[in-house]
Design a protein around this ligand. Structure first.
Ligand SMILES: Cc1ncc(COP(=O)(O)O)c(C=O)c1O
Length: 312
């Protein structure tokens, strides 16, 4: 958005870190063009309210499904609710090609525009119909080359046939983790609401220091790691965007940016910030034999919780 000269307007989240649909309407102005939604940690956002709002206010709905390949809301796959969606395929994503990503859209004009950002020359020449206003730019595109490496695309394509099996395996391990971790003092874990299927990019728990005599999360987490449960993690760069310098003062990176003045500060989004500060997360493994590993993680969490007084 910064590269395009568009102005991102941030919105408060719900405690699960997904956009709060009830807070979107107050941010819409005559200059608003789209509502962008990320499905954080693979849990679909509240799409019924957001699609209605986008339709009623004549705004495009765009999804970032980078955590949520194969997740669904009311039986509908994420990435298919709005005009277009983007999915990262990097590193540990639910569907991975190592690097790269893809765009989904069923809108021809949007598709041709995507080609001008990624596949200038051959593919744009072959696929943008003659006579379309963007066809004249096929050779250069927009001067960018945001295309995926073919090897990454081949890897991801191969993984795609296994995605459903991965997701089914994760669903089982997630159910076990929710049931067991949820009984451990200090951790609060919410089940998925009816009709919402996560991709389980991560399972998040809310840390409750009040249940452990005020033990700080840092200490709790360090003890888990010392138990060998090294994949318990606290979200770092995946944080409320108002905490990032890019959103606080973009002008050194983007001289001439339309809204160069400081826009956001720490503290602007208390719900999102509180959730981030109290989140501890785990990857959700998918193989049958991984249940053993999940059991060991639960034992580690139980042990640390039981011994919390020694950590104070
Ligand atoms: C929600 C979300 N969107 C977008 C991205 C960016 O993806 P990429 O690094 O493939 O551009 C990430 C990065 O991991 C992400 O977590």
């Amino acid at each position: 958005m910064f590269q395009l000269g568009a102005v991102p307007v941030l919105c408060e989240t719900r405690p699960d870190g997904n956009i709060d649909p009830g807070r979107v309407a107050e941010l819409i102005t005559p200059r608003t063009r789209a509502i962008m939604v990320t499905h954080l940690w693979g849990k679909p956002a509240e799409m019924t309210d957001l699609t209605t709002l986008a339709r009623d206010r004549d705004l495009d709905l765009l999804e970032d499904g980078s955590h949520a390949h194969g997740a669904s809301h009311g039986g509908q796959k994420v990435g298919t609710f709005g005009l277009a969606s983007a999915f990262s395929l990097n590193g540990p994503k639910p569907l991975s090609g190592g690097e790269g990503g893809f765009v989904l859209t069923d809108d021809d004009d949007t598709y041709y525009r995507v080609l001008t950002f990624a596949h200038y020359n051959k593919r744009a020449r072959n696929e943008i119909p003659e006579g379309h206003p963007l066809a004249q730019y096929a050779v250069t595109g927009a001067g960018l080359k945001l295309r995926i490496h073919p090897l990454a695309a081949a890897l991801a394509h191969d993984q795609l046939s296994r995605l459903d099996a991965y997701l089914a395996g994760r669903e089982e391990i997630a159910a076990y983790l929710i049931r067991e971790l949820g009984q451990i003092p200090g951790l609060e874990v919410s089940p998925m609401p009816e009709g919402v299927k996560s991709s389980w990019y991560a399972l998040t728990a809310t840390y409750r220091p009040d249940q452990l005599c005020g033990l700080p999360l840092d200490r709790f987490h360090a003890a888990l790691v010392a138990e060998g449960a090294t994949e318990f993690d606290r979200p770092g760069s995946t944080c409320p965007l108002n905490q990032l310098p890019l959103y606080q003062h973009p002008s050194p990176l983007f001289p001439g940016y339309p809204n160069a003045r400081s826009r956001y500060r720490e503290g602007d989004f208390p719900v999102a910030e509180k959730a981030h500060a109290h989140t501890i997360k785990l990857p959700v493994w998918h193989r049958e034999q991984d249940l053993k590993l999940a059991e060991q993680y639960v034992s580690a969490a139980r042990k640390v919780s039981e011994h919390h007084k020694e950590l104070l």
